[in-house]
Design a protein around this ligand. Sequence first.
Ligand SMILES: CC(C)(COP(=O)(O)OP(=O)(O)OC[C@H]1O[C@@H](n2cnc3c(N)ncnc32)[C@H](O)[C@@H]1OP(=O)(O)O)[C@@H](O)C(=O)NCCC(=O)NCCS
Length: 185
Amino acid sequence: MPCRHNRAFARSGFCSRDKGINSMSYILEPMTEKHRKPVIDIFNYYIETNFAFPETKVDYDFFDHFLDMSKGYPALVAKAESGDAVGFALLHQYSWANSFKRSALITYFILPQHTRKGLGKMMLDKLIAQARSMGVDHLLANISSDNERSLQFHRKHGFHECGRFQEVGRRFGKSFDVVWMIRRI
Ligand SMILES: CC(C)(COP(=O)(O)OP(=O)(O)OC[C@H]1O[C@@H](n2cnc3c(N)ncnc32)[C@H](O)[C@@H]1OP(=O)(O)O)[C@@H](O)C(=O)NCCC(=O)NCCS
């Protein structure tokens, strides 16, 4: 959606004031090496607060894993008006077998000050457009049963639960399910 409030964001960005939500504007750019530190810092924030799957923080080398897993798929970083990276989102392979190339997995993490402002939807919409152009027609998300906000986000944006692996995860001494959600795009 074009921003009428900040010319720098007018062409490629998104302004949540246009939705009447608040005064934040964001732009999305492809994830590259320059995002190594902010992406890992955001991911580690969610590891520490129990919303990402790993139990312990990762080091900056882990960024190579994000680049690797999203090879051939779109990966985005969201920047706020300040120029700081405040979130990232990517698609990745569901299966190594090419008979599943119509399906992709989605992942996103947004710093808490920037959640519930439409940025998750903005990144989802952009990834959907890019996925469609590569022939992907199903998006899958695997979400911890503890992560009610992500489950709600996906339900709100057209995903439905299609499977649940009960108690396959254990973090900080507590078992959790992995909830699989799917959206046809
Ligand atoms: C999940 C996430 C990507 C959603 O992005 P977002 O920018 O917050 O979402 P949007 O503003 O586009 O959409 C808002 C909707 O998401 C859901 N949602 C987002 N934050 C929520 C919260 N704290 N509590 C409940 N629902 C929430 C609601 O359905 C909400 O709609 P509503 O405000 O009308 O109730 C983001 O909150 C996030 O990064 N969370 C932490 C990390 C994470 O869980 N990542 C996903 C791992 S599978």
